[in-house]
Design a protein around this ligand. Structure first.
Ligand code: SF4
Ligand code: SF4
Length: 352
């Protein structure tokens, strides 16, 4: 399987400034992307003045979270204690899962890392642009933090980006605590957090059985849908990996398409999944999605709240969807009766 190059992701591409070596190198290789990227780059930034949802006091709440993340990202790697403590893989797996949950994660799993879960090259920051990603850790501890349902159901208002940025901070801090702990035991560990990933987090999460990737292109869990943010710590400490889980999401997405009809950027594909890079999956049009973010001024989130799994489906019903298309149709009928087109809370929280 081909590894994804971080330089091709929208967040990286938006950082290439005209006249810089990164800009020249990237668009010499990718002439087809230059026009659309130049157009999007001219728009105000997320949380910026001039976007549809801009508010001079509330937008900086999310902006502050992203600045904080940027300030702490250098702590993702650190010195390993020279005194190594001998550990047993099963006990350590249990301890790390328990600790990650204790620190605030709602779901946690262990992935046996494969090459294509790592980016091939870095792209998001000028100082590391084009650097090859070296694979040194065999395990990934991957965890999900929950985003508040009420806040996400206000998508695409400022409440949504306050919540997503808060969840990125939560995940970054939990990842730091786990990575510091493992290094303290004498093993190598790296925290992969917002704006500083070497791995493709949804692929690691799927491998660890936390969820599956849906039509909206992001991870969907049985418990919280896509109303989560992911954190990953890769390490060489011995752990016991989990297994992938197929809970029938592909068939559910085939019959559902609620996110297709609500996406304001028309970025989510209708129809069947396509074979991309060796696997059958749906791929969103990342330019159309990100272009919408830069108009709205938040990271939108409408596909998160439109997903029936994000609103909660009873466990006994989820257990039946793999074998029963009728059960899927019943869940979708109930969803439509309860929410209409999609859940939406118009008013911001009182404190906002
Ligand atoms: S975040 Fe918004 S624009 Fe992007 S895919 Fe989801 S619904 Fe569409
Ligand atoms: S809204 Fe429906 S089609 Fe879209 S990801 Fe969720 S389950 Fe799949």
């Amino acid at each position: 399987m081909k590894r994804i190059d971080e330089r091709d992701t929208m967040f990286a591409r938006m950082n290439y400034k005209e006249g810089t070596p990164q800009y020249d190198e990237y668009y010499n290789r990718n002439k087809d992307k230059k026009e659309i990227d130049d157009k999007i780059r001219k728009k105000p930034h997320i949380c910026g003045e001039g976007t549809a949802m801009y508010h001079p006091v509330n937008a900086p709440i999310a902006d502050a979270n992203f600045k904080f993340l940027n300030d702490i990202k250098h702590l993702s790697e650190g010195t390993v204690n020279s005194n190594k403590v001998e550990v047993n893989d099963e006990e350590m797996t249990n301890r790390i899962k328990g600790l990650t949950t204790h620190y605030g994660a709602k779901l946690v799993g262990i992935a046996k890392m494969e090459e294509h879960y790592f980016y091939s090259h870095r792209g998001r920051h000028d100082e590391v642009y084009g650097q090859e990603v070296k694979i040194k850790h065999p395990y990934g501890i991957v965890f999900a933090v929950e985003m508040d349902k009420q806040m996400i159901n206000r998508s695409p208002q400022i409440s949504e980006v306050i919540e997503t940025s808060k969840a990125y901070v939560d995940a970054a801090i939990i990842g730091m605590q786990i990575a510091y702990f493992i290094r303290e035991l004498g093993y190598s560990a790296r925290n992969h957090m917002d704006a500083n990933y070497l791995v493709v987090a949804p692929l690691v999460a799927r491998e660890a059985g936390i969820g599956d990737i849906g039509r909206n292109g992001i991870l969907i869990t049985k418990e919280y849908g896509s109303r989560i943010r992911l954190g990953v710590v890769t390490t060489d400490i011995d752990l016991t990996p989990d297994k992938r889980v197929d809970f029938g999401l592909q068939e559910f997405c085939r019959r559902c398409s609620r996110c297709v009809r609500t996406c304001p950027g028309k970025a989510i594909p209708s129809g069947e999944p396509l074979e991309i890079n060796g696997i059958k999956r749906w791929q969103i049009k990342q330019e159309d999605c990100y272009n919408m973010w830069r108009s709205i001024g938040t990271d939108c989130g409408i596909c998160i709240c439109s997903c029936p799994f994000s609103q909660g489906i009873d466990k006994d019903k989820i257990d039946k969807i793999k074998d029963s298309q009728n059960e899927i149709d019943k869940i979708l009928e109930e969803y439509d009766e309860k929410y209409g087109i999609r859940p939406y809370i118009k008013e911001p929280p009182q404190w906002l």
